[in-house]
Design a protein around this ligand. Structure first.
Ligand code: ATP
Ligand code: PRP
Length: 212
């Protein structure tokens, strides 16, 4: 009987975790097309909580989940001191970039649309760019097209979304991939948590780079 519960970010990360999990446990605890968000641990597999990405670090730090799976981008945007980052699962790999209608570095004060205001603000400070951030929660590529902001700070993977909106990548701010995070007390007291990390890291090498 497993005693572990793992909080996984819904969407792309949950989808790309599935092949790793199935390879490791031979069973995926989530039936197709269910709306259920909690699957308790069983004899065959650890339990799963499905939550919004930005809530995963909170759930892990409060100990309602022993482990969590979430993008490094989210960990950097919503830092949570009481968690351990225990593995790079190398799924949902992408980059956070600054992009714009022109490929030139901004001159003078700029407007930048982003769903990562913390990361974008740090980036502006580091490069001593003065700018105003416009916080959006998705479809960032619309901002330059609509004249809302000439630059964006957003996720890029293949670059298709940028190119379909005539946008140019100017600079990579950080690389991201899904990370396994742990509640520190549970990590050091539950051997099963460390076994889970080892088996997932092994399957990650076996299954290869799983994309959505
Ligand atoms: P939410 O719906 O909670 O705002 P989201 O739309 O960013 O989150 P997903 O698109 O499922 O959620 O992305 C989840 C994670 O996958 C992101 O935090 C990022 O780490 C990574 N990611 C996002 N877009 C891509 C992409 N195009 N290719 C690869 N990985 C991506
Ligand atoms: C993400 C990201 C980009 C796109 C990049 O969007 O915000 O729009 O993927 O991928 P690409 O470089 O392979 O084209 P997502 O599909 O998650 O939609 P949303 O963030 O706008 O909800």
């Amino acid at each position: 009987m497993s005693t572990l519960t793992i909080a996984i970010a819904k969407g792309r990360i949950l989808d790309s975790m599935r092949p790793l999990w199935e390879a490791a446990m031979n069973v995926w605890p989530i039936p197709d097309s269910t709306r259920q968000l909690w699957f308790p641990p069983s004899a065959q597999t650890p339990g799963v909580l499905i939550a919004r990405a930005r809530d995963i670090p909170t759930m892990v730090s409060l100990g309602v989940a022993d482990l969590g799976v979430v993008g490094l981008d989210v960990l950097r945007e919503y830092p949570q001191p009481d968690i351990l980052e225990v593995a790079d699962l190398k799924i949902s790999q992408c980059r956070i970039v600054m992009a714009g209608s022109h490929d030139s570095w901004p001159e003078g004060p700029v407007r930048i649309a982003t769903k990562y205001p913390r990361i974008a603000r740090q980036f502006l400070e580091q490069h001593q760019i003065s700018g105003e951030l416009v916080a959006l929660s998705g479809s960032l590529e619309l901002a330059p097209v609509l004249g809302l902001a000439p630059y964006i700070v957003d996720i890029v993977d293949t670059g298709q979304t940028l190119s379909e909106h005539d946008l140019h990548e100017i600079l990579t701010i950080m690389a991201s991939s899904a990370r396994l995070i742990a509640n520190p007390a549970h990590w050091y007291t539950k051997a099963e948590a460390q076994e889970f990390r080892d088996v997932m890291a092994y399957q990650r090498e076996e299954v290869g780079n799983v994309k959505r």
